[in-house]
Design a protein around this ligand. Structure first.
Ligand SMILES: Cc1ncc(COP(=O)(O)O)c(C=O)c1O
Length: 396
C-alpha cells in the first residue's frame, strides 16, 4: 500500500526502531488505549486479561500500586489523581444513604468539607469526635455507624491517635476503620498492622517528596479493593501515567528522605522548644507532648516531620518573622524535601470562626513547619535569626 504524506505522518516512527531490552527504569505507557486484535481479544482484555484502556488499568499505575502495597503491607492499591480523589472514592464508594460515619475532628480541612457538603446531601449521617479520647469515640458510635475515619498525626497540633485502641471499638463489628496516613508515611506507622481496613495517602506529600506531583492512593485487602474498583473507575479519578511513573521514581529515595526529615524535625523541635521567644512547640518527639509515650511506642524511625510552634499572637510580628526567614518558604503544601511552613489560621479563616480556630489550636501565633532534608544547622540558624521578630516570653 503506497501511503500519502498525511497518512505517513501518523504512522512513521511509531514502531520501536531497535532492540529494547532491560531498561534500568520502567517505561512510561501514555497510551490511552491498546490495539485490539478481534472480538475474542476484546473479551479477554475487558475481563482484565490485559491492558486495553488507560482509565481502566495502566502499567505505570499498577507498578506504583504494587510498591505502595508493599510499603503498607496491604494486598492491593488503587492509585488516584489526588489525595482528595482517594478520600472521595472511599467515602462515596463505600457509604450508603442512612449510614453514619464518625470522623476525627482533627483531620484535613477539605476532608471535613467533603463530608459536610457532599456526604450529608446523599443522606449519610456525619459526626465528629476527638479520636485521642477513646471514650468519646466509643460514646459517638451509633447502631448505623459503618465507618470510622481518622488520621494518625493530627494537623496542626501533631496529636497522635492510638489506632489499636480505636480498633478495639470496631473489631468484630460491621464498621470499617479508615486511616489517612499522609503525615506518618509507612516508614513511621503502618495502619493496616494496627487494625485499619483501608489506608489512604496524599502522594502529593512524602511519596512525591519534591512538591511536583499530585496523587493519592487507597490500600486495602483484595476483597475491599474489588468492591471499590468499579466506583473508582466510574468516578474517573485515576492518576495519569506520567505522574504515576514520576511518583514511583520518587519512592526510591523516600526512605532516605523521610528518615532525614524526621530526624531534622526532632532536632528542630528541640531547638525551638529551648528558644525563649517560642511559647509552645508541638512534636511527638518532645517529652512535653501529650502522646510522647504512645508515639515512642508505636512509631518507627522518628515521629514524622511536621512540627508546629506558637509565638506571640501578633499578625504584625508573625508577618515580620515570615519576611525575616531567608531559607524556609511559606508554601501551601507539605512533605517536600525543602523545609516549608504554613500559617494554619490564615488557611482556614474562611471556613471557621475565630473562636473555632482557637479551639482547634490555630492561634494567630501558630506556625506549622514541614521539615525538609537540609543540613539541620542551617535550618536552626534560619529559624533562630527570624525569631528576632519576637520578644522573649513566658511559656503559656
Ligand atoms: C492529611 C491530608 N490528607 C489529604 C490531603 C489532600 O491531598 P491532595 O492535595 O493530594 O488532594 C492533604 C493535603 O494537604 C492532607 O494534608
Amino acid at each position: 500500500m503506497q501511503l500519502q504524506l498525511d497518512t505517513q505522518l501518523l504512522y512513521q516512527g511509531t514502531e520501536p526502531c531497535g532492540e529494547i531490552r532491560n531498561p534500568e527504569v520502567p517505561p512510561i505507557y501514555p497510551s490511552t488505549a491498546y490495539i485490539i486484535d478481534d472480538m475474542d481479544d476484546y473479551d479477554y482484555a475487558s475481563k482484565g486479561g490485559r491492558y486495553y484502556y488507560s482509565r481502566t488499568a495502566n502499567p505505570n499505575r499498577d507498578g506504583l500500586g504494587k510498591a505502595i502495597s508493599y510499603l503498607e503491607q496491604g494486598e492491593d492499591t488503587l492509585i488516584c489523581s489526588s489525595g482528595m480523589a482517594a478520600i472521595s472514592t472511599v467515602l462515596l464508594g463505600l457509604l450508603r444513604q442512612g449510614d453514619h460515619i464518625l470522623m476525627s475532628k482533627a483531620i484535613y480541612g477539605e476532608t471535613i468539607e467533603l463530608a459536610d457538603r457532599m456526604l450529608k446531601n446523599f443522606g449519610i449521617e456525619v459526626s465528629f469526635a476527638d479520636f485521642t479520647d477513646i471514650q468519646a469515640v466509643s460514646d459517638s458510635i451509633r447502631p448505623n455507624t459503618r465507618m470510622l475515619y481518622t488520621e494518625i498525626i493530627a494537623n496542626p497540633l501533631t496529636l497522635v491517635v492510638d489506632l489499636d485502641a480505636v480498633h478495639q471499638l470496631t473489631a468484630e463489628k460491621d464498621i470499617l476503620l479508615v486511616v489517612d496516613s499522609t503525615f506518618t508515611t509507612p516508614f513511621v506507622f503502618r495502619p493496616l498492622q494496627h487494625g485499619a481496613d483501608i489506608v489512604i495517602h496524599s502522594l502529593t506529600k512524602y511519596f512525591g517528596g519534591h512538591s511536583d506531583i499530585t496523587g493519592g492512593s487507597i490500600t486495602a485487602s483484595e476483597a475491599l479493593i474489588r468492591k471499590l474498583r468499579p466506583q473508582y473507575l466510574l468516578l474517573g479519578c485515576c492518576l495519569d501515567p506520567n505522574t504515576a511513573w514520576l511518583t514511583q521514581r520518587s519512592i526510591k529515595t523516600m526512605g532516605m528522605r523521610v528518615k532525614k526529615q524526621n530526624e531534622n524535625a526532632r532536632l528542630l523541635a528541640k531547638a525551638l522548644s529551648e528558644d525563649s521567644r517560642v511559647r509552645a512547640v508541638h512534636h511527638p518527639s518532645l517529652p512535653s507532648h501529650p502522646q510522647h509515650e504512645l508515639a515512642s511506642r508505636i512509631f518507627d524511625c522518628g515521629c514524622g516531620a511536621i512540627i508546629s510552634f506558637r509565638v506571640e499572637d501578633s499578625r504584625e510580628k508573625v508577618n515580620d518573622f515570615m519576611h525575616r526567614l531567608k531559607l524556609v518558604k511559606y508554601l501551601g503544601t507539605l512533605g517536600g524535601i525543602r523545609t516549608t511552613y504554613t500559617h494554619p489560621a490564615t488557611a482556614f479563616r474562611d471556613e471557621f470562626t475565630q473562636q473555632e480556630l482557637e479551639e482547634m489550636g490555630m492561634y494567630e501565633g501558630l506556625i506549622r513547619v514541614s521539615v525538609g532534608a537540609e543540613d539541620i544547622r542551617d535550618l536552626i540558624e534560619d529559624f533562630t535569626q527570624a525569631l528576632g521578630a519576637f520578644d522573649k516570653c513566658v511559656a503559656l
